[in-house]
Design a protein around this ligand. Structure first.
Ligand SMILES: [Zn+2]
Length: 353
């Protein structure tokens, strides 16, 4: 059932997209490291980078596919050594999120990227967790952590990572699956997700970004995930599309990421409007904002500019993001009321009613 949305003139749409309260559900904290912060942390920690300066690093951000991005992503993460580094990285992202009117964010982190370099699990989690709590107290944003397993590594390593993180179980709300998708199907991680399910953790997984619809089926039926990260390849499978509609499985779509990694040729050709129109519970997210050209509002702005979507779609996407979050129903209702009020106020202020 469609919620009726006040009429807003197209010229006011960018301001509305910026102002509306939203949740971000697909953002890798290591992917929020801006080149300036990478160089600052490298200097603080005495880490030698394979790039001469900030400009040289930024110039290397011309990716051809997921793997070409991941190679630079792991090089950037090498500057993170101490709890304060993780804290500073997360606070920098949370400041951006607050500025984008994100009321709630569920942040992915990749412990294996750090533990493989000798950084302790508690160093990673405590730094990130402390940043979330401080931002909540000082800026009023709600933030939680989702531990992600690297799918190009083995399931044994994922199981070990989970064991290492369990003493800090109260500091993360769920687990995810990311990194190189093709050739690493969800089935590879059936046991570790089964264990996480027993532990009562929330479950999500990247599927159908570059990989086939079969990976989305696998994520749903073998891993029993509650949300699909990306999922844009679902369009190739009508039976899957119907299931995603029937069960209202949220898709955390990342338009600028899809563009930058050549999953789509242009934003105008992105299938998000079609997925939304078909009744899928689609959301807009930034994925790795420092690398892909923008934080969440930039994703909304560029996507709407390119596709010609309007206020109705803006409302639906923001509402979907709040509904698809892992917070209590009463909290969701509060944020949806705030969303409704924002639209109503906006229409009054800009004289569109
Ligand atoms: Zn991602």
């Amino acid at each position: 059932m469609k919620h009726s949305v006040p009429r807003i003139h197209a010229e006011h749409l960018p301001a509305l997209l910026r102002a509306m309260p939203k949740a971000e559900l697909h953002m890798h904290i290591e992917g929020s490291l801006e080149p300036e912060l990478i160089f600052a942390l490298a200097e603080r920690n005495g880490v030698q980078l394979p790039y001469a300066d900030v400009e040289a690093l930024r110039a290397a951000y011309a990716f051809t596919d997921l793997q070409s991005f991941l190679d630079i992503y792991y090089a950037g993460a090498s500057v993170l050594l101490h709890e304060q580094d993780f804290y500073d990285m997360a606070r920098a992202y949370l400041n951006r999120a607050v500025a984008d009117n994100v009321v709630h964010t569920e942040i992915f982190f990749d412990p294996q990227t750090h533990t493989a370099r000798g950084v302790g699990m508690e160093t990673v989690i405590n730094g990130l967790y402390r940043a979330c709590r401080d931002a909540e107290i000082e800026q009023g944003i709600s933030a939680s952590l989702i531990l992600s397993f690297l799918r190009h590594l083995s399931e044994e390593e994922a199981l070990q990572t989970l064991e290492d993180a369990l003493p800090l179980r109260d500091r993360f709300i769920g687990v995810g699956l990311d990194s190189s998708e093709v050739g690493n199907p969800p089935e590879k991680f059936a046991r570790v997700f089964g264990r996480c399910r027993e532990l009562g953790l929330h479950l999500v997984a990247h599927a159908g970004e570059e990989g086939p619809p079969a990976y989305i089926w696998g994520a749903l039926d073998v891993l029993h995930v509650e949300r699909i990260d990306h999922g844009v390849q679902a369009e190739k499978d009508p039976v899957l599309m119907q299931r995603l509609v029937d069960e209202q499985i949220p898709l955390t779509v990342c338009p600028l990421s899809n563009l930058k990694l050549c999953v789509v040729d242009s934003l105008a050709a992105h299938n998000l409007p079609q997925l939304l129109k078909a009744g899928l519970k689609v959301t807009v997210n930034s994925d790795d904002p420092a690398y892909f050209g923008g934080y969440v509002n930039e994703n909304y702005l560029q996507l709407f500019e390119a596709t010609g979507m309007g206020a109705q779609e803006a409302y639906q996407l923001a509402r979907n993001s709040l509904e698809a979050s892992f917070v209590a129903a009463a909290q969701k209702e509060q944020w949806i009321a705030l969303l409704d009020e924002t639209f109503a106020q906006f229409a009054r202020r800009t004289g569109d009613v």
